[in-house]
Design a protein around this ligand. Structure first.
Ligand code: ADP
Ligand code: MG
Length: 269
C-alpha cells in the first residue's frame, strides 16, 4: 500500500484560495531570440502546477525568471503580493536592492535536473548550510530540522554520507530536503527526475507527491505524465515560448484542445 495515496488531501476551498504566483505577459529574449513571448499564468497557494512542453519551449527559462536567475524583458511576475525584482517606494517601482532580492529568493526553493549538492559536504551538512549561513538558525536547531527533513524524504539513515555515496535518486531527495530547509513558500522543480535511472524515479516522485499533499505550492516541469495526472491541480502545455493550453489534468492530458498538445503527448506517453 502506498502511504502517499492514503494521506488526506488538504482542504482547498475558494475562501482560502489566494494567488501566490501571477505571471502576466512575461517576455524574455536571448539576443535576437525571443524565448518567452508573453506568458500568463497563475498558481494559487497550495496548488501544484505541472508545466509540460517540448525541449526548447522556454520552461526552464520561465522557472529561472521566477527565481531571479534571469531578468525578464517585459510583463511582470507577482510573487506573494510583491513584484519579482521590483519594490514599490513612494508610489513608484524601483529595481530591488540585492538584499531585497535575496529576501525574496529565500521564499522560493528550486530543485534542478542535476542534483547540485556540495560534493565535499555530507547530506546533513548540505541541508544545514543555508539555514545556518543565511537564515541564521542556531546550529542545533538546523541539525534537528535537517534530521526531520531527511526522515521526510526517506533518508533518515543517510545523514552522514557524502553525495558520492548516494544514488542519484537519493541525492535528488537530499536536494529537495535542502530546498525545504529554507522554509520556502514556493517550490520550483525543473525536470527533477529526468537525469535519473528509471528505477529511481518513483521514490523522488513519491516525495514530491507527499509534499504536494502537505499543501506546498509547487511548479513542476516534468515529462512524467502520470505524476501530472495524479498530482497536478493544473497542467500547462507550453510550446515555442507561449502557453498553448492549460487546465485540469484530465482535460489537457485526456482531451487536449490543440493539435500541438496532442502531438506532444503522443510522443511522451
Ligand atoms: P526548455 O526548458 O523548455 O527546454 P529553455 O528555457 O531551456 O527550454 O530554453 C528555451 C530556448 O532558450 C532554447 O532555444 C535555448 O537554446 C534558449 N536559451 C536558454 N538559455 C539560454 C541562454 N542563457 N542563452 C541563450 N539562449 C538560451
Ligand atoms: Mg528545461
Amino acid at each position: 500500500m502506498n502511504p502517499v495515496l492514503e494521506s488526506p488531501s488538504p482542504v482547498r476551498t475558494d475562501e482560502i484560495r489566494r494567488p501566490l504566483v501571477q505571471a502576466q505577459g512575461v517576455r524574455k529574449s536571448y539576443g535576437p531570440i525571443q524565448v518567452l513571448k508573453g506568458i500568463d499564468l497563475q498558481v494559487d497557494a497550495g496548488q501544484v502546477m505541472c508545466l509540460l512542453g517540448p525541449s526548447g519551449s522556454g520552461k526552464s527559462t520561465f522557472l529561472r525568471c521566477i527565481n531571479h536567475l534571469e531578468r525578464i524583458d517585459g510583463g511582470r511576475i507577482n510573487f506573494d503580493g510583491e513584484l519579482i525584482g521590483y519594490a514599490q517606494r513612494n508610489g513608484k517601482l524601483h529595481e530591488m536592492k540585492p538584499r531585497e532580492v535575496a529576501r525574496q529568493r529565500r521564499g522560493i526553493g528550486m530543485v534542478f535536473q542535476r542534483f547540485n549538492l556540495f560534493p565535499h559536504l555530507t547530506a546533513l551538512e548540505n541541508i544545514i548550510a543555508a539555514p545556518i549561513g543565511i537564515r541564521k538558525v542556531p546550529k542545533a536547531q538546523a541539525v534537528a530540522q535537517a534530521h526531520a527533513l531527511l526522515e521526510q524524504v526517506g533518508l533518515g539513515d543517510k545523514a552522514g554520507l557524502h553525495p558520492a555515496k548516494l544514488s542519484g535518486g537519493q541525492q535528488q531527495r537530499v536536494a529537495i530536503a535542502r530546498a525545504l530547509a529554507m522554509e520556502p513558500k514556493l517550490m520550483l522543480f525543473d525536470e527533477p527526475t529526468s537525469a535519473l535511472d528509471p528505477e529511481l524515479v518513483g521514490d523522488v516522485l513519491d516525495v514530491m507527491q507527499k509534499l504536494a499533499a502537505s499543501g506546498m505550492t509547487m511548479i513542476v516541469v516534468t515529462h512524467e505524465i502520470g505524476f501530472a495526472r495524479n498530482v497536478a491541480d493544473e497542467v500547462v502545455f507550453m510550446d515555442a515560448g507561449i502557453v498553448v493550453e492549460s487546465g485540469a489534468p484530465a482535460k489537457v492530458l485526456g482531451n487536449p484542445s490543440h493539435e500541438r498538445t496532442r502531438a506532444f503527448l503522443e510522443n511522451v506517453i
